[in-house]
Design a protein around this ligand. Structure first.
Ligand SMILES: Cc1ncc(COP(=O)(O)O)c(C=O)c1O
Length: 403
């Protein structure tokens, strides 16, 4: 009924590419197959005990049961400031430069809602975490995608990156107002150094655009690499806002805790829109999150080492099976180039083939943008034994297909 009433926003949202793989995964499972599932960046480990205990303690107190504070309770915002000072040497004002959100995705989407005028253009590297581009579409804006060109070691080709931005600023009409960056990157695992952010902040100043930086994987790093924050660049707060999440660092994905910090105008816009939309996270979740950020961080090292071990097992066992995957320096993913014989058919076809022939679910690179189509993303969310099992399945499948 009422078909003449069109939902224009929904029409602009494409069907999730990952749904095709999900459906096939469910069909395999219903048929009794044991599918080894590397498809979603959903941490499989438990939240550390001391964080759960704080939640339980706090939930016993009736005064925590009412509406909370939309922008985050003061103690949580203070803990966020302490965390930034401790990790990055960055000073933040808890009242004007920090806002807590129900996961960083919620914060990001509402930030974009708050700051996008109809037709505004945002620059987003491709491939990207899908909501980084779709949030602007949902908000009535447009996206200027440009290819994220990577070196062999998963660092962006700086010349190409900055040239692409300069070209967009010169040729795109209207001129882009926003740039989204995400390092360590989902899906490509790409990392940057502080020098990259220094150049970027200088360019944003010259060309007059805001930077939205997402550092969801800042703590999931290996082999001595440390991920910088854009806010370490002197004066970055003039042009940049940064989002972070407790989902990955503390295995708290279901809790929905994140925050955005930095430029007071952008933080203010998000705080204002959220004051209309929500009453804040459940207070015990905020109290426990405060503890997560400001107590002993040895649990983070354990989580990091667990992903590193899985990464190493994946690379070794898959190489042994005949599929060489380059080593990521960060994130909970491997960005695996599709073996040559299957590349031309594209990442969706290859993902389906892997499911059917090797009982292994991955995310097709095309789901993150057209430039991802030679790759699949493998999330390190299965244990080492299951990774080895997947490698055995892949070995059998590759042998059979080369016959
Ligand atoms: C780059 C990136 N940003 C944000 C998120 C969402 O995190 P949250 O759970 O805080 O919404 C993810 C989740 O996969 C991610 O990969």
């Amino acid at each position: 009924m009422f078909d003449e009433i069109e939902f224009e926003k929904i029409k602009r949202l494409p069907k999730y590419v990952f749904a095709a793989v999900d459906e096939l995964k469910m069909a395999e499972r219903r048929a009794g197959e044991d599918v080894i599932d590397f498809s979603m960046g959903n941490p499989d480990g438990p939240t550390p005990r001391h964080i759960i205990e704080k939640l339980v303690e706090s939930v016993q107190k009736p005064k925590t049961h009412g509406y909370s504070v939309s922008k985050g309770i003061y103690k949580l915002r203070l803990a966020i400031c302490d965390w930034y000072r401790e990790k990055y040497g960055v000073e933040l004002d808890a009242d004007t430069e920090v806002v807590a959100s129900m996961g960083s995705k919620e914060g990001y989407v509402n930030l974009v809602q708050a700051i996008t005028n109809p037709g505004d253009v945002a620059m987003v590297p491709d491939p990207c975490y899908p909501i980084h581009s779709q949030a602007f579409i949902l908000a009535g804006g447009n996206v200027h995608r440009f290819r994220l060109v990577l070196n062999q070691d998963f660092t962006p080709d700086k010349d190409a990156f900055f040239r692409n931005i300069e070209t967009a600023m010169r040729e795109s009409s209207p001129k882009p107002k926003y740039l989204v960056v995400n390092f360590p990157n989902n899906p490509t695992t790409a990392t940057v150094d502080l020098d990259f952010y220094e150049k970027l902040v200088a360019l944003a100043r010259d060309e007059r655009f805001y930077i939205i930086s997402d550092i969801a994987y800042a703590e999931i790093t290996y082999d001595g690499y440390k991920a910088p924050s854009i806010l370490q660049v002197s004066g970055a707060k003039d042009v940049a806002i940064e989002s972070y999440t407790l989902s990955k660092t503390y295995n708290m994905a279901g809790w929905r805790v994140g925050f955005l910090v930095g430029n007071p105008r952008l933080v203010g816009a998000l705080t204002r829109i959220k004051s209309w939309l929500d009453y804040g996270m459940f207070t015990p979740i905020q109290v426990a999150s405060t503890i997560a950020l400001n107590s002993d961080q040895s649990c983070v090292e354990e989580i990091r080492q667990s992903y590193r071990r899985r990464r190493d097992v994946l690379l070794r066992s898959f190489a042994n099976a005949g599929w060489r995957i380059d080593k990521p320096k960060a994130s909970m993913f491997a960005w695996a180039r599709i073996p040559e014989a299957f590349r031309e058919a594209g990442s969706l076809e290859f993902s389906k083939t892997l499911l059917k022939e090797a009982k292994m679910a991955v995310s097709p690179g095309i789901g993150f943008g057209p430039y991802g189509d030679e790759y699949v993303r493998i999330a390190l969310i299965e244990n080492e034994e299951r990774i080895r099992q997947a490698a055995r399945n892949v070995k059998r499948f590759l042998r059979a297909s080369s016959l």
